[in-house]
Write a protein of this length. Structure first.
Ligand code: MF3
Ligand code: CO
Ligand code: CO
Length: 273
């Protein structure tokens, strides 16, 4: 998987994990309302992941570096100027106008499904709404660039071009990743780049595309908790993520939700079979 080519068993496992991760995002939507805390959203997702769909929440106790403590919650909740890896907290109450990313990764029978979406609370600013929309368009354009013999640079270029055309910046420090039995595997999938450069894309690869766009400058800072990534200039940031499988002709979106089935080119929506 990931950089390697998936077997039919791997593909079946990844389809199942992807579908279940998408189900978590579908389930949590009804609870995302002003007044709820991000900790409450984490508890609801944790219970659903463990008890309803019989999965493991991959973020819980996950370590990405020897210096950082293990991640203490089951999902990431990133509000407004938080770029990614926000830690759910009883002190973070959502309010009208906030934009929130919920990032879910589940493990089912050893396979990972990783996906995130943005939620708008009440009526955010016109700028916030546009940032959220353009970031989702960047995700879809990145996925549309996926096909055997294209390169990872083609994905990055598609994303960066659309972000720049809308005068948003692309975060450089974090990218998509190979995924399968391992959460974060090779290759790294940058959200910027030059066409025709980087790793060649091959049928059977499984990786994520997860662009982070900022309303201001691209630079980020990590808070003293060693996890929370924020914009240096405190301006808004948005992110959307899917896990995809490279098919003979393009990409199959393993974490697709019913609400977005019409937004992607048809070849990305099918079961690939
Ligand atoms: N789900 C994130 C990603 O898309 C990674 C979160 S790691 C955590 O790669 F430990 F912060 F949860
Ligand atoms: Co990811
Ligand atoms: Co994720």
């Amino acid at each position: 998987m990931s950089a390697k080519v998936a077997s039919q068993t791997d593909i079946d496992g990844m389809r199942q994990a992807g579908r279940l991760a998408a189900n978590v995002l579908d389930m949590i939507g009804q609870y995302v309302k002003p007044g709820v805390t991000t900790e409450q959203l984490d508890r609801i997702c944790h219970r659903y992941i463990v008890n309803e769909i019989d999965c493991i929440p991959a973020p819980l106790n996950y370590r990405n570096s020897p210096e950082a403590p293990p991640f203490p919650r089951s999902i990431c909740t990133s509000v407004n100027q938080v770029v990614c890896h926000g830690i759910p907290s009883p002190k973070k109450t959502l309010k009208n106008g906030d934009i929130l990313n919920i990032d879910v990764t589940v493990i089912k029978e050893g396979y990972h499904g990783d996906t995130s979406k943005m939620f708008l609370l009440g009526k955010p600013s016109v700028l916030a709404e546009r940032l959220v929309r353009v970031t989702q368009e960047c995700l879809y354009l990145g996925i549309a660039a996926v096909r055997p013999d294209a390169t990872l640079g083609d994905i990055g270029h598609a994303i960066e071009t659309h972000a720049r055309a809308n005068r948003f910046s692309v975060v450089h420090e974090f990218g998509g990743h190979g995924i399968g039995k391992i959460f974060h595997d090779e290759p790294q999938v940058l959200h910027f780049g030059r066409p025709g450069t980087g790793t060649k894309i091959e049928q059977g690869m499984t990786f994520t595309v997860e662009p982070m766009l900022n309303a201001g400058r691209r630079h980020v800072r990590i808070l003293p908790d060693k996890w929370t990534v924020v914009t240096k200039d405190h301006k808004l940031s948005a992110q959307w993520e899917h896990t995809i499988l490279v098919t003979e002709t393009g990409a199959e979106v393993l974490t697709l939700r019913a609400e977005e089935a019409l937004a992607l080119p048809q070849r990305a929506v099918g079961t690939g079979s």
